[in-house]
Design a protein around this ligand. Structure first.
Ligand SMILES: *Cc1c(COP(=O)(O)O)cnc(C)c1O
Length: 467
C-alpha cells in the first residue's frame, strides 16, 4: 500500500513514512492510493472475531509490507489489553432500531484511546527498527493530550511534550495529563489560551533547525494511522448487527471529521453503510455543508461538548478529495479559496454524491441537556454531552425500515461531570482505575507564552532522556 497527498505535490510514502510524517510537505493530507475492498464472503469470515484480531485484519491492508502481520497482531492485542470492558467497544441497545457503541472504555475515557493506544506502539516499533528517537509535540484543549500521554508514557524512543492553556482545562482533563510521572512526558501549562498553544506548536515546527535537531513529530488527527485504527469499530458494530447481509447507519459526534471519516473508509471497503449522520453542537459548519452546500466559517462558541467546538475540520479535506474525483489540483484550489474567503461550495454533482451517504445534524446546549435527561429518564442510560448529540441525531433522522442506527458514544459521562449534574442533578463517579485521580500528585511546568521558553523546555526534556 502506498499513500498520496490530497494536493499531489508531496513524496509518495508507505505506511511507516506516513505514520512519522503526519501532514504532507505540500500542506495536504495523506490518503491510500486505492481502497482495499472486501467481498461479502470476506466480511462474513470476520464475524465473531475478538476485537484486537478484527482490528489487526482490517488495518493490515493499510499497513501493507511496512510491518509484518504477526507483529501488527501483537501490537493490536497489547493496545486493547488495558481497556475496561472485555468487549472493548460494546454495543448497547436503546430501542428496537437504535444502538449505542461505547468507545470510551480506554484509559482516558474518550474514543481517542482506540487509535492512540495503537499509534504509540506503532511509533515505538517503527522507530526501534530505524534506531531512531523522536519528540512528539502537541497542543490540547482536553481529550487529545491525555490520550497521547497515556499512549506514549514510558515508550523508549519517544519524548512527548504537551502544551495546555494554564488554568483553562477542566480539572479531570488536566489531572489525566499532569498525574502521569513517566520521565519521557512533559506537560507545559502555557500562560495563554488554547489558540496560543496551537500557535506555539506551529511556530516550533516552522523553526526548521530546531525541528530537525529535536526530530519533531505530531499525533494530531490528520495522521492517517489514526483514521485507519478507527475503522475496525465500525465493522465490529455492523457485523454484530447483520452486515454484510444487512445495512446499518451511524450517527457520529464530529469535530475534526476524523471519526466519521473512518466510517466513510469502512464503507469504501465494502461495508454496507446506508447513512452517516454528522452530528454537531452549535458550532455547525459541517451540518451547514451537508444541509445546504454551505461551508462558511463562523466564530467558535463554547458549548457543553467542547471536543466539538471547532471551526475548520482538518480531515474534511480527505472527503473533499474524494468528492472531487481525487483531483489534487481541484482540491488544492478549493482549500486555498476556503482559506482566503472563509467559504466553500462544491460543484452540485459532488455535493449530491456526498448527500447520498452523509446527512448533517445540529443540537444546541439546551437540547443536549434535555437529551441527557430524556435518556436517563427513559432507560437510566447516562450519555455524555457529545454522545447525547449523536443519539439525538439518530432519533431525528431514522435510516428507514430494517436499518438500525448506531450512535457513537465518544466519551464517558464522568469526563463531563458539570454538564451531567446540570442535566440530572448528580455527578457521575469516575471508573475505579481513576477513582483516586483527585488525590494523585501533579507535575507540570508553567511557561510564559513565548517560543524561546517553550523551546528551552522541549530541549531540557529531550536532553534529560538522551543522557
Ligand atoms: C475528539 C472528540 C470528538 C470529535 O471527533 P473528531 O474525530 O474530531 O470528529 C467528539 N467527541 C469527543 C468526546 C472527542 O474527544
Amino acid at each position: 500500500m502506498h499513500y498520496i497527498s490530497t494536493r499531489g505535490r508531496a513524496p509518495v510514502r508507505d505506511f511507516s513514512g506516513v505514520l512519522l510524517a503526519g501532514l504532507a510537505e505540500d500542506g495536504g493530507l495523506y490518503m491510500p492510493h486505492s481502497w482495499p475492498l472486501l467481498s461479502a464472503a470476506e466480511w462474513r469470515c470476520l464475524r465473531g472475531l475478538p476485537y484486537p484480531e478484527l482490528a489487526a485484519r482490517l488495518i493490515q491492508p493499510f499497513v501493507g509490507e511496512a510491518i509484518p502481520s504477526a507483529t501488527l497482531g501483537t501490537l493490536c492485542r497489547e493496545a486493547y489489553a488495558g481497556f475496561g470492558h472485555p468487549a472493548i467497544v460494546p454495543l448497547v441497545q436503546l430501542d428496537g432500531s437504535l444502538f449505542v457503541q461505547e468507545l470510551f472504555h480506554g484509559p482516558t475515557l474518550a474514543f481517542k484511546d482506540l487509535a492512540m493506544q495503537l499509534l504509540g506502539r506503532l511509533f515505538d516499533h517503527v522507530l526501534a527498527e530505524q534506531g531512531a528517537r523522536i519528540t512528539i509535540l502537541g497542543a490540547t484543549s482536553g481529550d487529545t493530550g491525555s490520550a497521547a500521554i497515556e499512549a506514549c508514557r514510558g515508550r523508549a524512543n519517544i519524548d512527548l511534550v504537551i502544551l495546555h492553556p494554564h488554568g483553562r482545562t477542566s480539572e479531570v482533563q488536566r489531572r489525566q495529563m499532569t498525574t502521569v510521572m513517566a520521565p519521557n512526558i512533559a506537560n507545559l501549562a502555557v500562560e495563554g489560551s488554547f489558540d496560543d498553544c496551537q500557535d506555539l506548536v506551529k511556530a516550533a515546527f516552522s523553526d526548521l533547525p530546531f525541528r530537525r535537531e529535536m526530530r519533531l513529530s505530531a499525533v494530531n488527527s490528520i495522521n492517517w494511522a489514526r483514521i485507519a485504527a478507527q475503522i475496525p469499530y465500525y465493522a465490529a458494530a455492523a457485523l454484530a448487527l447483520g452486515a454484510p447481509d444487512r445495512e446499518v447507519a451511524f450517527a457520529v459526534p464530529s469535530g475534526n471529521f476524523g471519526n466519521v471519516l473512518a466510517a466513510y473508509a469502512a464503507q469504501r471497503m465494502g461495508l454496507p453503510i446506508a447513512r452517516l449522520i454528522v452530528a454537531s453542537n452549535r458550532n455547525d459548519i459541517l451540518a451547514r455543508f451537508f444541509g445546504a452546500n454551505d461551508m462558511s466559517i463562523a466564530g467558535v462558541a463554547p458549548s457543553l461538548s467542547p471536543s466539538m467546538d471547532i471551526q475548520v475540520s482538518s480531515n474534511f479535506e480527505r472527503l473533499l478529495f474524494e468528492l472531487l474525483d481525487r483531483d489534487p489540483g481541484a482540491t488544492e484550489a478549493a482549500m486555498q479559496g476556503f482559506r482566503a474567503t472563509g467559504r466553500m461550495t462544491v460543484p452540485d454533482p459532488a455535493w449530491r454524491r456526498a448527500r447520498a451517504l452523509f446527512d448533517g445534524f445540529r443540537l444546541d446546549d439546551a437540547g443536549t441537556a434535555a437529551e441527557i435527561r430524556r435518556l436517563h429518564a427513559a432507560s437510566l442510560y447516562l450519555a455524555d454531552p457529545h454522545t447525547a448529540i449523536g443519539i439525538a441525531a439518530a432519533r431525528a433522522l431514522p435510516a428507514g425500515p430494517g436499518v438500525p442506527t448506531v450512535a457513537m458514544a465518544t466519551a464517558h459521562p464522568a469526563k463531563f461531570p458539570d454538564a451531567i449534574e446540570q442535566a440530572i442533578g448528580r455527578r457521575p463517579p469516575l471508573p475505579s482505575h481513576l477513582a483516586d485521580l483527585y488525590d494523585r500528585p501533579e507535575r507540570f511546568t508553567v511557561v510564559p507564552n513565548r517560543l524561546s521558553a517553550i523551546e528551552a523546555c522541549i530541549r531540557a526534556t529531550v536532553l534529560r532522556n538522551v543522557a
